[in-house]
Design a protein around this ligand. Structure first.
Ligand SMILES: N[C@@H](CCC(=O)N[C@@H](CS)C(=O)NCC(=O)O)C(=O)O
Length: 191
């Protein structure tokens, strides 16, 4: 599978981990380079990563790639409404913090403004809720998409220093539990 993406993106990492778990060989087209960006623009009008090209198909979005991998390469995890809720919440926190990261990176001053506060408050509320889900046992102890999505989000936020990770203390046990899993170790964010 050819994956267009970077070695830092939490969404790219998700599909790299699932592909690794399912023993699907990966060829990464690094979109952090100018050449890679041009390649991405040729395959996706959305211009977000990850994009996968496999068996003659082009797949936009980590969830489509995940769905394709499960349909074509074997079973990994399950996908019910409980998991969907957890992943939707994690995605919302991640998108809020990614937005702030991109604005800062592009030189937009957001410190202390209402938009920044709204995104940070959302992320705080989500991590607090996720903490209650850990306490209730909604993260069931297996390594599935909620656990993977959470770990990719936390590792990226820490790597980019984009969010005060101590605000997510209630979910830290999930990250600690899976820290040494080979598919996570080999895909840790790096430049
Ligand atoms: N819903 C998409 C989100 C992908 C996404 O936001 N990717 C970010 C990197 S983590 C990106 O490509 N950002 C580039 C941009 O915003 O121009 C997915 O699950 O694949």
């Amino acid at each position: 599978m050819k994956i267009y993406g970077t070695t830092t993106s939490p969404f790219v990492r998700r599909v790299m981990v699932v592909a690794t778990e399912l023993k699907e060989p990966i060829e990464l087209v690094n979109t952090a380079t100018d050449a890679g960006t041009k390649e991405l623009e040729k395959v996706s009008p959305i211009r977000l990563v990850p994009v996968a090209v496999v068996d003659g198909e082009t797949l936009f979005d980590s969830r489509s790639i995940h769905t394709w991998l499960l349909a074509n390469r074997g079973t990994w995890g399950t996908w019910d409404s409980r998991e969907n809720n957890l992943v939707n919440a994690i995605d919302a926190a991640l998108h809020s913090i990614l937005d702030l990261f991109y604005l800062r990176r592009d030189g937009v001053v957001i410190e202390g403004n209402a938009y920044e506060k709204r995104q940070l408050d959302r992320a705080d509320a989500i991590f607090e809720w996720l903490g209650t889900q850990v306490s209730k046992g909604s993260f069931t102890g297996g390594f599935g998409l909620p656990e993977l999505s959470l770990i990719c989000a936390l590792d990226w936020m820490e790597f980019r220093k984009a969010y005060p990770i101590e605000n997510a203390a209630g979910v830290e046990s999930v990250r600690t539990r899976w820290r040494d899993r080979p598919s996570l170790v080999s895909t840790r964010p790096h430049t």
